[in-house]
Design a binder for this molecule. Structure first.
Ligand SMILES: [Zn+2]
Length: 109
């Protein structure tokens, strides 16, 4: 969990900060109402800022579901190591799931 957090700060945060700065800077230039320059500089800056923000969030979202976010934990039942996503704190391995399903079936009959 901490690894993903550190990655967010080193990779996603700078680009997020840049896009926010661009976005707010653009609004600032628009607010200054410098004849000609406000529209010429402000509007593109705001638009690029918005696009950057979307891209940053997209990257963060993709990272969450990517291979990079996988890590090892022990199965809650048999303690066998299994790969899980970073947002999963606890998991049962396939083998134990199958055993549990079998047991449930048996108890039903
Ligand atoms: Zn297991």
């Amino acid at each position: 969990m901490r690894q993903a957090f550190a990655k967010f700060f080193t990779r996603s945060l700078p680009s997020f900060f840049l896009s926010i700065t661009l976005f707010l800077g653009g609004i600032g230039v628009l607010a200054l109402r410098i004849p000609g320059w406000s529209l010429f500089l402000g509007l593109p800056a705001v638009q690029i800022g918005i696009i950057f923000i979307i891209f940053t969030f997209d990257e963060v979202a993709r990272e969450k579901g990517g291979v990079n976010s996988l890590y090892m934990i022990s199965c809650s039942i048999c303690k066998k190591p299994i790969l899980v996503h970073t947002w999963e704190e606890e998991k049962i391995c396939q083998e134990c799931l199958r055993k549990m399903a079998k047991k449930m079936k048996l108890s039903k009959d």
